[in-house]
Design a protein around this ligand. Sequence first.
Ligand SMILES: *[C@@H]1O[C@H](CO)[C@@H](O)[C@H](O)[C@H]1NC(C)=O
Ligand SMILES: *[C@@H]1O[C@H](CO)[C@@H](O)[C@H](O)[C@H]1NC(C)=O
Ligand SMILES: *[C@@H]1O[C@H](CO)[C@@H](O)[C@H](O)[C@H]1NC(C)=O
Ligand SMILES: *[C@@H]1O[C@H](CO)[C@@H](O)[C@H](O)[C@H]1NC(C)=O
Ligand SMILES: *[C@@H]1O[C@H](CO)[C@@H](O)[C@H](O)[C@H]1NC(C)=O
Ligand SMILES: *[C@@H]1O[C@H](CO)[C@@H](O)[C@H](O)[C@H]1NC(C)=O
Ligand SMILES: *[C@@H]1O[C@H](CO)[C@@H](O)[C@H](O)[C@H]1NC(C)=O
Ligand SMILES: *[C@@H]1O[C@H](CO)[C@@H](O)[C@H](O)[C@H]1NC(C)=O
Length: 777
Amino acid sequence: MEFSKVHFLLFFVYSFLILSQISLATSDNGNDQLKTYIVFVRDTANRVIPATADDVIQNITNNVIHKIEHLAEWYISLLSSVVPDRSRFIYSYRSLINGFAAQLTAQEVEELSKQEWFAGALPSKQYKITTTHTPAFLGLHPPSIDPRGAWNITNLGEGVIIGIIDTGITPDHPSFRDDHLPPPPTKWRGHCDFGPSLCNKKLIGARRVLNATEGRGHYPPIDKEGHGTHVASTAAGAFVNGAGAYGSAVGTASGMAPRAHLAMYQACNEYGRCDGADVLKAMEYAINDGVDVISLSLGLMENSDGHHVYEDHVAIGAFKATLQGIVVSCAAGNSGPSLGTLNNDAPWILTVGASVTDRRELVVVELSNGTKFDGRAVMQPKNWPRGMFPLAHLGIKELNGYLDIPPCTGKMDKRKVGGKILVCSLDGEDPFQKSQEMRAAGVRGVIFVNLNYFGLEDITLKYDFPYAQVLYADGVKIFNYINSSKNAAATFSFRGTVMNKPHSPSLASFSSRGPSLPFPGILKPDIVGPGSSILGAVPPTFLDRTTNKSLLFDFMSGTSMATPHLSGIAALVKKAHPNWSPAAIKSAIMTTARIFDNNGGLITDSGPIPGPADLYGIGAGQVDPTRAIDPGLVYDLNGSDYIRLLCGSGLTDDQIGIIISPLPPVTCSKVGKISQEQLNYPSITVSLKPNSTVVISRTVTNVGLSASTYQAKINTPRGISAVVQPALLRFNAKNEKITFTVTFKWTGSVSYPLRGQLVWLSSKQVVRSPISIILLN
Ligand SMILES: *[C@@H]1O[C@H](CO)[C@@H](O)[C@H](O)[C@H]1NC(C)=O
Ligand SMILES: *[C@@H]1O[C@H](CO)[C@@H](O)[C@H](O)[C@H]1NC(C)=O
Ligand SMILES: *[C@@H]1O[C@H](CO)[C@@H](O)[C@H](O)[C@H]1NC(C)=O
Ligand SMILES: *[C@@H]1O[C@H](CO)[C@@H](O)[C@H](O)[C@H]1NC(C)=O
Ligand SMILES: *[C@@H]1O[C@H](CO)[C@@H](O)[C@H](O)[C@H]1NC(C)=O
Ligand SMILES: *[C@@H]1O[C@H](CO)[C@@H](O)[C@H](O)[C@H]1NC(C)=O
Ligand SMILES: *[C@@H]1O[C@H](CO)[C@@H](O)[C@H](O)[C@H]1NC(C)=O
Ligand SMILES: *[C@@H]1O[C@H](CO)[C@@H](O)[C@H](O)[C@H]1NC(C)=O
């Protein structure tokens, strides 16, 4: 009785949801335009609605793994009741959701919504890869972080499988050689669309999953874009000697987990565009094939409306992956430094921001009055002449307090620019052609002034011409010098690749910032990893235009590049602790992260706001793989916690039903709620009203020495008090859990920034949680 009543309700609520989408779609596109939809089908199995979130989760194996095989035919028959044309059917999903993808008009969706089996329809969202720029810009080599500590004889990620959803792969690249690798574990059920000759013990699977984006087809998942190859090599590329590009930073390249296996799911096309229906199908393949980690260097298109988790295919897929023990690591996005620009921020996802490493291809710009500025040049000419050269620009103006620096484009007057160093802004022109123009005009060198919110490593220029990229602030000083001096002149001093650049790592200015809009009570991003000017494997279509030879490695920047660093490191943690849940692995990575740079200060923001990076940019800090393997304590979570969190975050039962499908639907009033601040997350966000107290609780699990004692140390800004109880945790056994509380109170005028930390200290371990404080008036 109760069952049918609930479903009856469900049916109407969904119809309403869909109708409102339809009216939107109709006004925008007309009624007969075909779009890809994910259609959710009500599970007809005669099931009772479970009473608790644990009941839901306990049925995961029954529901997710053993679905009937003939689902596709059944779904096609459902669709054909309204749409007889079979060719509109794209995919059936078996284990990720109950439902299918099809091309439909809004009118057809409305017709389908009248069917008894219909449970909802989501227009397929559009995603794109998250590099900051196209491969038109090039870069250099990345010792990035030093993972030697995490690597040892027994753990280079062997036996762990990383699934990558991206633009395809270059199977015969040396980064994907399988010398001395073991065969994949027996649980592997994947497939190689290249055929057995191109897959090996490193690249154990490769599938094309592009039927929604590119139409049906059977092409090998060759990477034409370059992004998938690059990302895969960062996660688990083999050791390759003599890597480097343009003669700079030559060394041995490898991924974070150099002996892990790779499986590529090509769900993004050669332009870096990915359809949600393909991404969801790729995640389903990855889960069923048996991967341990899923790496997604992609995010929603900026213009896509609403991105709550129940509308986001990545979040919906990642929920089910997490329940199966798979770590899902995703790019935070490249829309920084503005706040509230994150995506992929579901609490079960590891949300990865980007940092800048300590490597720079240094060129020093020296003005004739003796002042020097550090700049960057990937191309380092060997024959730069001695002496000063006059400085010139093409008409810099001041506009609203900013310098309007024109790009050096168009035909240049040789008499005005010949023999001089030109000051220009960055532009998107083909660097190769631009170099030719500069040469033709007799220009001696170019100072490229960065965009005002970019650090030097955020964009890698590849002009085959002497140049120096400088920060915007330094560009302003150089301009003032030109404007104030009759004989302004300068020269360059090329210093090659230097390591240990001061104030490294720093937060990349482009890295998207929190707060998470759907989950403001959960600090995001979770972590940052190297993502600026990362050297990675590229397809042979990438040419060094100075020689026209194929490149093996090239530079790219973006949270896309940071994500596979974390995916590889998650694989190392998984290898060391095969039974840890994805939440425990996330916790280990977060509570051991670094917050200080190589000058000993807090990690700074490379963007326009000087000083320490905000928690909304850096999350728990910069990943430290060596410490992540041995975190001492973890904050664990399971699927039923996440379901109760969704209930506690104001989602309706139906919206939750979409996220957890094919699990049975839930009623929040029965399963209970967890508020965002009470979720057992490894970071803490607390909202305070004047003079009222908030008590949050957390449970830590001892994964270190069986007998160990931890002392709490808490820091909060002035005006906020915090008391931890108990302040001493005594563990007697491994996997023992202890719950503690933190009582916060806003007592008086506060000092900014509103951040703090809770650290559990033992003789051996430092377990750190950042604290983000929100004041409510
Ligand atoms: C869970 O699975 C068991 C065994 O298949 C079944 O009897 C039970 O009804 C299921 N529970 C729910 C909540 O679906
Ligand atoms: C999930 O964790 C909660 C503690 O937060 C525990 O009560 C529950 O039994 C766990 N559920 C499962 C299915 O392990
Ligand atoms: C894409 O379509 C082709 C041709 O119909 C089909 O053989 C293939 O299995 C489809 N791909 C996926 C991932 O379903
Ligand atoms: C350049 O200097 C002159 C004075 O020497 C000043 O009037 C002018 O505003 C300056 N131009 C800019 C763009 O700052
Ligand atoms: C040289 O010029 C720069 C830019 O105008 C200025 O900041 C600096 O103070 C000058 N240095 C000396 C020694 O005059
Ligand atoms: C590289 O190829 C381009 C286009 O074919 C050509 O214009 C250029 O001269 C070549 N450069 C070199 C160094 O061979
Ligand atoms: C290698 O690391 C693993 C954990 O990842 C550890 O158990 C093992 O003792 C380490 N071996 C050596 C030789 O350090
Ligand atoms: C808390 O109460 C005290 C005493 O009434 C008052 O002085 C103080 O300003 C209050 N704090 C805040 C943050 O409002």
